[in-house]
Design a protein around this ligand. Sequence first.
Ligand code: MG
Length: 203
Amino acid sequence: MKVICIGRNYAKHAKEMNADLPTTPMFFMKPDIAILRPGNPFFYPDFSKEIHFECEIVVKIDRVGKNIAEKFAHKYYREIGLGIDFTARDLQKLCKEKGHPWEISKAFEGSAPISKEFIPKEELALDNIAFSLKQNGKIVQSGNTNEMIFNIDKLISYVSQFMTLKKGDLIYTGTPEGVGPISIGDELTGYIADKEMFNIRVK
Ligand code: MG
């Protein structure tokens, strides 16, 4: 399976990163071993001093498709989850400065925690999904899919031009503003509306 992550899909996050707004979606990928399954702690890696959380709505692809028209994209997913795109911000800065690939900052083992549950899309208003992340009980990020620059159907259509999407692939749809550092001992809890989707300990 593939993990596809969308960059800069919320205007306020682009601003906090001093980045321009994109005119087309941007994506990068993480390998399958980046997925951190529910119930597992995240072990703070030795290679970074600045791991940031980025809480993101995740779409699970459930049908094979290529060159999917935006109007048919809704047929390719049934469930919505929540995850974190952990980012080694210190390494990412270096990679950006040098123009190097940024996999060491984004695609490392355990960098993509995923929720234990997925919610059937019929139970959600897809263009108005409120989600949030608590760090040690305090809300640090809250977003809503109504703030996305490119909605889920646009993202699926765009990505599928370049690669076939397969059942089980996950699309992390970008983070809202409020990204910040984690520390050993932290508890990170994600919510869609009031429903707890994941709870991760940093060790
Ligand atoms: Mg992200």
